[in-house]
Design a protein around this ligand. Structure first.
Ligand code: ADP
Length: 270
């Protein structure tokens, strides 16, 4: 039925070892499993705000006449619908990224400028948390890619660095070129990430502290979007972190050959 998973068992009969391999549908089965997990997670994540909105609308109905209560319920409804909106946006973004390895609207991208724009886009949240974002260094060459996707990825990393750090802290962004790769690192003074969580935080919907992440407005999809964007561009994202010592996320993207006679620049069309 396509749902069998590869089983490898080693049985011992007397002195002999028998290796039993079952099923050749491994790849299909795994894809199916991943898809089922995704659908289950999406349903679960959507049910929470939808359920809250539904309850709140009933409460709102009952509260008619009590102006203070009406205002309170309405404010919570608006918060839940904002959450629903960002969830739906992230889910759409992620499915788009997963459905293709190709980078749409690819063109020559100046990462120095793009990162500066991603910082600017996070200016308000940074101000709200009294966080200073400092950018240092620069990359030499351009990268070939989708500016919109790359902006989303860097915005997510900077947004996390601000959200998971204590108020009044500092986020450092470093740019440099090395071995033909453009390297952008985002360092925060947040709580850091345990070694056992470091691989898993790139998984869809994985959150270390789901209550806190929800409270801070997280969807659990930000880093998996980052990972997909970066790998769709032939790059990689790495994490260095130690509990209590903050985290550094480093993105590496291949730089374009600078010797190339100016690649045709396409006008960006949104
Ligand atoms: P979310 O929307 O919950 O922030 P992400 O995919 O962006 O989802 O991140 C997954 C989880 O990884 C977060 O819930 C948080 O627990 C952890 N995390 C991400 N970035 C940081 C960071 N800079 N410092 C500490 N923890 C982080």
């Amino acid at each position: 039925q396509g749902s069998t998973i590869l089983q490898v068992r080693v049985a011992t009969v007397g002195e002999e070892y028998i290796l039993i391999l079952a099923d050749d549908h491994t790849e299909i089965a795994r894809t199916e499993e991943v898809r089922n997990d995704f659908v289950a997670n999406v349903s679960h994540e959507l049910k929470t705000p939808v359920g809250a909105i539904s309850l709140l609308s009933e409460a709102l109905d009952d509260a008619a006449g009590d102006e203070e209560a009406v205002r309170r319920f309405a404010a919570r409804m608006s918060k839940e619908s904002a959450r629903l909106t960002s969830l739906v946006q992230d889910i759409i973004e992620l499915s788009r990224l997963q459905s293709t390895d190709m980078v749409d609207r690819a063109r020559e991208v100046d990462l120095n400028q793009l990162v500066a724009e991603a910082v600017e886009a996070n200016r308000l949240p940074a101000e709200n948390r009294k966080t200073t974002v400092v950018v240092g260094g620069s990359v030499d060459g351009a990268v070939y890619g989708d500016a919109k996707m790359l902006t989303t990825a860097f915005r997510n990393l900077i947004d996390n660095a601000i959200r998971y750090s204590p108020e009044g802290s500092r986020v450092g962004i470093g740019l440099r070129s090395r071995d033909g790769m453009a390297q952008v690192s985002v360092t925060d003074q947040g709580p850091g990430i345990n070694p056992e969580d470091q691989e898993r935080i790139f998984e869809r919907f994985y959150r270390i502290d789901s209550a806190r992440s929800r409270h801070t407005g997280g969807t659990g999809l930000g880093l998996s979007i980052v990972k997909h964007v970066v790998s769709n561009h032939g790059g990689e994202v790495n994490l260095w972190s130690q509990p209590g010592q903050g985290s550094t996320f480093t993105v590496r993207l291949p730089e374009m050959e600078s010797a190339e006679p100016s690649a045709e620049k396409q006008q960006q069309s949104d």
